[in-house]
Design a protein around this ligand. Structure first.
Ligand SMILES: [Cu+2]
Length: 77
């Protein structure tokens, strides 16, 4: 699920079922938020969803998913 904005920012919502608490949220926000090209990240332990906004010319959704995988939160397809 994603959409393209006129400015070129892309937004996507990812689901990672292994998100269980505030610690997971903080870990993900730090890891994904620290990636070059990611402008916004919001993670919820209630919905287990990660909302990201990023510049697709600088970072790909696949790279964001790989970071989540590395942190122990594989994205549900
Ligand atoms: Cu946790």
């Amino acid at each position: 699920m994603s959409s393209t904005h006129p400015e070129g920012t892309r937004r996507a919502t990812l689901t990672a079922p292994d998100i269980s608490c505030e610690h997971c949220v903080a870990t993900i926000n730090k890891a994904v938020g620290g990636m070059a090209g990611v402008s916004k990240v919001a993670t919820s332990d209630q919905t287990k969803q990660i909302q990201v906004e990023f510049d697709p010319t600088r970072v790909s959704l696949a790279q964001i998913e790989a970071t989540l995988d590395d942190e122990g939160y594989p994205v549900q397809k």
